[in-house]
Design a protein. Structure first.
Lengths: 326, 298
């Protein structure tokens, strides 16, 4: 039996997961490929919330806006600079990260409700800026086209499979990087600040700077997720990033358990599944237009409250206490 | 000159509505130490009730009173049957930090969804009781109508009543004492839990009034008050979350900043201006401009 370091084990895990997803992607239909791409994108966005909330103790309702920053940066670099989509996604990550860094200097030192309210204001105010600058295309927005899959993949390589490949690959790489960050020295210092900021400062940590750093990393992740989201819907507009997106991400994070990155795929699955469940409820029992339109929001909110009440530290704790009872 | 006068009058009207919303947030913050994001939902649901009553009874005034009463009852019910059980359940653990925000957000989503179930997502309009056509000044129609004047009067009167309640009555003393130091208030025989629920219901009534005064100039739909929640929060932070006077002053500062920015620079500056004000205040004087307390660590 070969002993592997935790870092190498993690890398192996991600390679194996990527391999498995590649095989799965070959065997599923186009709808599942498309939905799978959304699951991956949401998983990354949820991971960005978990890094911020679970690991560094900050709460953001503005991640929909940060996703929008990444999405617009990516779209503009494809449309106006003719860059390769892969580079555009990297740019999306970095622009959102830098935006988060600048923002972080202003807000990351704020405590709980202040940070929540300020980021809420950001989520409401930033999308309105799209109407200010003609280059952002106003309410219609701008297209985000990654182009057809390369010819060498063959004739029957569909667009959906291409989406699936791009998003799972991008998300796996990003999550691999982040899981390395959280198990490094930085991850430990983030957790130290979360658990007791005063004690962390006494131990010589520059808590302000580390909080800003966590905010910037989280923003970068959100930016990449935003780029992937608009790739999947082929265009970026202010209406793609409503405040309810931030709420959904928060729900995904709480359902997953904010203190561990391990379950982010579950959170992504839940967010993709909710509209489907709502659809099937509506087809079964019928209902007015208002009922149909608001049922997903109702399910998201109910899930958020239930998760906070019954599994405040993630489904893992539920399993744990279940074992103890028996 | 006309532009200047219009900007001032608009600032006063919008400031008055922001003030009602920020007062609601401050009342809850003082009694429970949480920012009630569900306030937007409570206010809009109360406004829907007011809207229904206005249509049935034919009187806007009956509608306003029903919206305020419903808002007060809803606020009390939320504190008693939602917030208190949640806090009883979550007393420790790292989730404690985000639980209040998450709980009020979840509640906001539920209230808005329930409104969608009952009334749909279509925009309804609520007719104002007096004309919404602007006054004529020096032969020109300005953007200040009899209804705006009414909003101003209503907001001022309710603020005065609230001030009297807080400064001149025993209940007000109990409210202030519980906000200042719940433990000592409890020792002096004040029923802190009751006072806390009272704070929530006063906030609910203020929200209902804000909705009834705001919606006639806009439309009624489930998310109609989200924007006011943001402005109310910004105003409350500018004033310092602990101070009722600060909430009103902050709302007026915000109203003037937004009104002058939109009338002299660009129509589109409403949200960016609010966000810039928020960040500037948080950077320069994070405790708020009118807060008595030195730090806001708690």
């Amino acid at each position: 039996m070969i002993k592997l370091s935790p870092t190498k084990k993690r890398t192996l895990f991600f390679v194996a997961l990527g391999w498995a997803l590649l095989l799965i992607g070959d065997r599923i239909g186009e709808l599942l490929q498309y939905q799978g791409s959304f699951v991956a994108m949401y998983a990354l966005a949820i991971a960005s919330i978990i890094l911020l909330t679970g690991y560094s103790g900050q709460l953001s309702l503005g991640h929909s806006a940060l996703m929008a920053v990444g999405a617009y940066a990516g779209a503009l670099s494809i449309n106006n600079l003719n860059l390769h989509p892969a580079i555009a996604l990297v740019i999306a990550t970095f622009v959102a990260g830098i935006f988060g860094l600048i923002l972080g200097f202003g807000v990351a030192r704020l405590s709980g409700p202040y940070l929540a309210g300020t980021t809420l204001a950001l989520a409401v105010s930033l999308p309105t800026l799209a109407n200010q600058f003609p280059i952002l295309g106003g309410e219609q927005g701008v297209v985000f086209d990654v182009g057809a899959p390369p010819a060498r993949f063959g004739e029957d390589f569909s667009m959906y499979k291409w989406f699936f490949w791009i998003s799972t690959l991008a998300v796996l790489i990003m999550l691999w990087l982040i899981s390395n960050v959280v198990s490094s020295r930085y991850g430990r210092t983030f957790r130290a600040i979360r658990d007791n900021e005063t004690a962390a400062a006494l131990s010589g940590l520059n808590t302000g700077r580390l909080k800003v750093l966590a905010f910037a990393i989280s923003s970068g992740m959100a930016g990449l997720a935003g780029g992937l989201l608009v790739m999947l819907i082929s265009g970026v507009s202010p209406s793609a990033f409503p405040l309810s997106l931030s709420f959904s991400l928060l729900t995904g994070a709480v359902v997953t358990g904010v203190y561990s990155l391990k379950g982010v795929m579950l959170g992504g699955l839940v967010l993709v599944a909710i509209p489907e469940i709502a659809d099937s409820i509506v087809t079964r029992i019928g209902g007015s237009e208002g009922f149909t339109a608001t049922l997903p929001g109702f399910l998201v909110s109910a899930l958020l409250i239930l998760a906070v009440l019954f599994t405040p530290n993630g489904p893992g704790t539920l399993l744990h206490s279940f074992k103890k009872h028996n | 000159m006309i532009q200047f006068i219009t900007a001032i009058l608009t600032a006063l009207t919008t400031g008055a509505i922001y003030a009602l919303m920020s007062t609601a947030l401050v009342l809850v913050w003082r009694s429970t130490r949480i920012i009630n994001f569900a306030q937007a939902g409570q206010a809009v649901l109360s406004t829907y009730i007011g809207y229904e009553v206005t249509i049935r009874s034919g009187s806007f005034w009956v509608g306003v009173i029903s919206a305020m009463i419903f808002g007060a009852l809803l606020g009390a019910a939320i504190d008693r049957f939602f917030m208190r059980p949640i806090f009883k359940r979550i007393q420790s653990g790292p989730i404690l930090m985000i639980a209040p925000v998450v709980a009020t957000l979840g509640l906001l989503g539920i209230i808005q969804a329930v409104i969608g179930f009952r009334w749909g997502l279509t925009y309804q309009s609520l007719a104002a009781p007096v004309s919404t056509d602007g006054f004529t000044l020096f032969g020109r129609v300005i953007a200040f109508s009899p209804f705006n004047l009414l909003v101003l009067v209503f907001a001022t009167v309710s603020m005065l009543l609230l001030t009297v309640l807080f400064q001149k009555t025993n209940v007000g003393l109990a409210l202030r004492a519980s906000a200042h130091s719940p433990e000592i208030a409890k020792l002096s025989g004040i029923k802190v839990d009751f006072i806390r629920t009272l704070g929530w219901s006063l906030a609910g009534a203020a929200g209902g009034l804000a909705g009834m005064l705001y919606i006639p100039s806009s439309y009624l739909y489930p998310n109609a008050m989200d924007v006011l929640l943001v402005f109310g929060f910004v105003a409350a932070v500018i004033g310092g979350l602990d101070s009722l006077f600060g909430a009103v002053a902050g709302a007026m500062i915000l109203g003037f900043a937004i009104s002058f920015a939109t009338s002299y620079v660009s129509e589109k500056l409403v949200f960016p201006m609010a966000f810039v004000m928020l960040v500037v205040v948080l950077l320069i004087k994070p405790a708020g401009l009118f807060s008595g307390k030195k730090s806001r660590r708690d």
